[in-house]
Structure formats: C-alpha cells, structure tokens
Design a protein around this ligand. Structure first.
Ligand SMILES: [Zn+2]
Length: 292
C-alpha cells in the first residue's frame, strides 16, 4: 500500500510538533479488531505499514495521524464500511432527523432570497443531509461523495443530482454544506481552497467538524482507537485530523476566506444574515468569514 507521511502541521505548517501517541500491543490488537468489525477486513495488514502515531502541533494544537493511507486505500476502507452497513438498514432517530432539518432550515434562511435555492452537500455520505435540505425547502440539491457505494445508498429524487467527481460542476451554489468532512480528508487546506471554486461571494458555507478538547495527551488518547461502541475522535483511518478551535480558524484563513469584523460594515454587506443574528435566529459563525 502507499502511505503518506504528514510531518509538519497540515493546517498551520508549523514544524514545532510533538508525538503524543505511539500504540502499544493492546491498541494494535484493537485496531485489527476495528478492521474486522467495522470495515469487513479492509484495513487488515495496515499496521505493518502504518505506525498509528499521532502528532500534535505546538502552535495551533491540531492533532493528526503521522502516517496515513493514500486515497485509493482510503476509498477501499470506506467501501468495506459500506459493505458492513449495507446489510442493516441505516435509520435515523426522529431527534437526529429533526436536528438535520433545523440546521438546513437555518442555512436556507441565511441565503440571499432567490428561488429555487441550490445546495451542494459536500461529502454527502448516505444522504441524510440532502434529504434534510429538501425537507427544509431547498429547490435542488447536489450530492458529492468520493465513495460510489455511499452515493448509491443516498435517496433518489428528481431534485437530487449525485456525483463522485466535482469536475461535473461548473457553477456556484447558494449554499454549501460540509457536515463532518474536513477531519476525513488528507489535506483540508487544499480541499477547502478547491471548494471555493464552487462558491460565490454570496454563497453561505456551513462547516461542522468535531473539536478536540483538553490538553492532556493521556486523557485524549486513552480511549484510542475505540471504547465500547464509541469510536475515537482520531478513529483510524476515517478521521485523519482532530481540529482545535484555533486550527479550525487557521484552516478557513489559509483556504482564502477572510475574517469579517462584526459592525456596521459587515451589517451592510450581509444584511439578511446579520439581521437573523441580531434576532437570535442564526449563529454569528455564519457571518464570521467572507469569500472574497
Ligand atoms: Zn499547527
């Protein structure tokens, strides 16, 4: 297999890094059982090539896997996971469905009014968010996922377009949703920079990533790679990155987004979004960065 070594901080590029985790025999055994239990054996033999070491940036507190598989192996791993999930029907709880719909409602209401609004769900997985976007009133939704198996499992509808190749899209979208995507990709900065091609200055971008909390490496890595049914924030090798608040902000800026100062100028530039923030109907995060 081909591996990629990420030595310097993949977010802020600092060389000031520390190794906070080297696996012992028990964690290597657990990794092998993860391969078997969750990925139909797609990661068998990987520990002979990949060290499972975890590094942390001393500048922005980002954490990441030092050695990661190349894209073809990652796609093969996701296919192994889909094979596993395909057997059981993946149903959402009513609570989760309501949450997704409400997040998509916020997003739709934050877009400049134009009908029908078009949304790109970047990293659409099994399509729970495209369904939520349609339920919340988006007119057309586009699902992008590199895994063909996951796209096939997503809902079918005349208002849905699916692709596993972004070159298919030569347009910009009213809204782009990235639900827990950037912790999965090899190079978040490159990927978000490339995604800006599909966004205009008016596009509203929603990004969610899990945040690493706490400074203590022993507490952070104590449950790696999983504990009971809960997988770790750096679950190998689905999650390649663990963001801190600081590294997430640096990701946005290095990808070319510009921080917006709260005040009259941003209120005039983004009246609809800012109005919703002042009314308590939206989150200020939606207007903290602009796409110049
Ligand atoms: Zn860093």
């Amino acid at each position: 297999m081909n591996k990629i070594i990420l030595q310097d901080c993949p977010i802020c590029a600092s060389k000031d890094t520390a190794c906070i985790f080297t696996p012992g025999r028990a964690q290597i055994e657990q990794f092998k059982s993860l391969s078997e239990k969750k990925y139909s054996g797609a990661m068998d033999g990987w520990t002979e090539v990949l060290s499972l070491k975890v590094l942390r940036c001393q500048k922005c507190f980002h954490v990441w896997h030092n050695e990661v598989p190349a894209l073809p192996e990652l796609i093969q791993m996701y296919s192994g996971s889909s094979k596993r999930e395909g057997a059981k029907k993946h149903e959402l709880s009513d609570e989760r469905r309501a949450y997704i719909r409400s997040e998509m409602g916020f997003l739709r209401a934050s877009c400049p009014a134009r009908r029908p609004l078009e949304l790109l769900d970047y990293g659409s997985g099994r399509g729970h968010w495209i369904q939520g976007a349609l339920d919340a009133g988006f007119g057309k939704v586009y699902a992008y996922d590199p895994s063909f198996e996951r796209l096939s499992a997503a809902p079918e509808d005349a208002r849905i377009t699916k692709t596993n190749d972004l070159k298919d899209f030569q347009k910009t979208f009213d809204a782009i949703n990235c639900e827990q995507v950037f912790e999965h990709v090899l190079s978040p900065v490159e990927e978000l920079s490339a995604l800006r091609r599909l966004a205009s200055a008016e596009t509203v971008l929603r990004i969610s990533v899990p945040l690493v909390r706490g400074e203590d490496p022993a507490a952070l890595m104590g449950t790696f790679p999983f504990k009971d049914e809960v997988v770790h924030i750096l679950s190998p090798f689905e999650h390649l990155h663990g963001f801190s608040r600081k590294s997430f902000g640096i990701l946005l800026e290095r990808a070319g987004l510009k921080p917006v100062r709260p005040g009259l100028a941003s209120g005039l530039k983004y009246p609809r979004q800012m109005g919703r923030v002042l009314l308590g109907k939206s989150n200020f995060n939606l207007v903290r960065f602009a796409n110049p």
